[in-house]
Design a protein around this ligand. Structure first.
Ligand code: B4P
Length: 192
């Protein structure tokens, strides 16, 4: 079972790269952001709750996010593993993911790959995506900057969790999408 965590600030390319890795390694992408947006579209109670955080560029509370992830895993079993895109985003979530993988499958995270991109480029990318994505959190620069602020305040520390486990690899997230995919695959192939 190959469990890949794609890590990095908003707009670093997690979602973009996850699509390529999904096909190559036959492991489905699980994007917690996509799951929230799906719930939002379906107008579920979870979607309404998530919206209040997402629209302000804040993280959705840990318990809500983790419960949603667990439910998704139970409904989408895959013996080959998963690509976690956007989860974990806090140290609490990282600890929880270890417990979930151990309890459900007797497995661990195989590798965490962090995409490194300069903050100003992140803002440019997200504003560009906002022109067509229809995502409220991509159109307003102050919300984008708040998402990046949340990343440094709550998410960046997750690196220490995986560094301590020897499961941390950093990759330059600036360049062509193909070049970055190739670098990601080289890092993942090392742990196969
Ligand atoms: P996400 O949906 O995860 O949003 P994201 O961080 O913007 O996605 P990503 O980094 O994947 O961007 P992408 O590759 O598409 O989260 C949204 C919100 O949901 C969060 O703010 C939070 O509120 C909530 N949430 C989600 N998970 C949570 C959790 N675990 N806990 C709590 N709350 C949670 O790339 C962005 C753009 O860059 C695209 O337009 C792409 O085309 C472009 N791009 C990518 N690679 C490029 C490259 N190499 N060169 C040029 N452009 C590139």
């Amino acid at each position: 079972m190959l469990n890949i965590v794609l890590f990095g600030p908003p707009g670093c390319g997690k979602g973009t790269q996850a699509q390529f890795l999904e096909e190559k390694y036959q492991t489905p992408q699980i994007s917690t952001g996509d799951l929230f947006r799906f719930n939002l579209k379906q107008e579920t109670e979870l979607g309404q709750l998530a919206k209040t955080f997402m629209d302000n560029g804040q993280l959705v509370p840990d318990e809500v996010t983790t419960n949603m992830l667990c439910e998704h895993l139970d409904n989408h079993p895959n013996p080959h593993g998963y690509i976690f895109d956007g989860y974990p985003r806090t140290t609490t979530q990282a600890q929880k993911l270890d417990v979930i993988l151990a309890e459900k499958y007797n497995k661990e995270v195989s590798i965490t790959v962090a995409l490194v991109v300069d903050d100003e480029l992140l803002v440019q990318r997200l504003l560009e995506r906002g022109k067509t994505s229809g995502r409220a959190d991509d159109v307003d620069e102050s919300i984008i900057r708040n998402r990046i602020k949340e990343y440094y305040a709550k998410t960046a520390a997750v690196a220490e969790h995986y560094k301590a486990q020897g499961k941390w690899v950093e990759i330059d997230g600036v360049g062509t999408i193909e070049d970055i995919t190739a670098k990601l695959c080289a890092a993942i192939n090392d742990v196969l």
